[in-house]
Design a protein around this ligand. Structure first.
Ligand SMILES: C[S@@+](CC[C@H](N)C(=O)[O-])C[C@H]1O[C@@H](n2cnc3c(N)ncnc32)[C@H](O)[C@@H]1O
Length: 203
């Protein structure tokens, strides 16, 4: 078994060398901070890539906690399985990698989840959240990465090629900011993270 800190360093280096997008180093502390405060027993991650953030979260959540993580890219799934295996049997037992399109998988996944980490197709965040809404535990946290997307989401004039992403991400941020079931804060770290605390028992 590899020690988890060294393994995470190796995965980050591999991701940089091969241009696999993973959680920005600057965002890592925000995610860890939320995990340590929430102490989630069950996490749903949407967008595994090669397993970096899944292993990071598993290392900081309660030792008995479990993660379901969804990825659709076949090559990345193979790598994620290898890295999770390298982390050792405890991590392998606690992390379930589900293969396929999150939009199709989420409706069939049983919660409740204490934390959801959204980090997949940027134009789909609102759809992911509405699909998982009934599976949130009463005080769940929903963390979404890249919500400021190069600063263009809150910019009134995004470049044409990013217009759809900017519009859909804004729809997500508007929803979690205005819906009374959520209290949301946005952090500028990395590419921007939103943290939305579900107030499910208010409704
Ligand atoms: C930014 S990466 C995830 C990084 C990972 N969370 C980390 O920090 O280590 C986004 C991943 O979402 C995956 N993805 C995009 N759309 C998806 C979908 N509809 N269903 C499942 N995975 C998807 C991509 O293949 C990609 O590997």
């Amino acid at each position: 078994m590899t020690d988890i800190a060294s393994l995470l360093t190796n995965i980050r280096r591999y991701a940089q060398d091969t241009r696999v997008p993973i959680l920005a180093a600057a965002s890592e502390q925000v995610l860890i901070e939320v995990i340590l405060a929430q102490k989630p027993a069950r996490i749903l991650e949407i967008g595994t890539a090669i397993g970096y953030s899944a292993l990071l979260m598993a290392a900081h959540m309660p030792a008995s906690g479990r993660i379901i993580t969804i990825e659709k890219d076949a090559g990345r799934i193979i790598l994620a399985r290898q890295f999770i295996h390298q982390a050792g049997i405890d991590y392998e037992n606690r992390i379930t990698l589900v293969e396929g399109d999150a939009a199709q998988i989420i409706p069939g996944i049983a919660g409740p989840f204490d934390l959801v980490f959204i980090d997949a197709a940027k134009a789909q965040y609102y759809n992911y959240l509405t699909a998982v809404l009934t599976q949130l535990s009463p005080r769940a946290a929903v963390v979404a990465d890249n919500v400021l997307f190069r600063g263009i989401v809150l910019d009134g004039q995004p470049p044409r090629r990013f217009r759809t992403i900017a519009t859909r991400m804004k729809q997500y941020l508007d929803f979690v900011s205005r819906d009374p079931r959520f209290q949301t804060e946005i952090r500028a770290a990395g590419d921007g993270l939103s943290i939305s605390y579900y107030q499910g028992d208010l409704v």
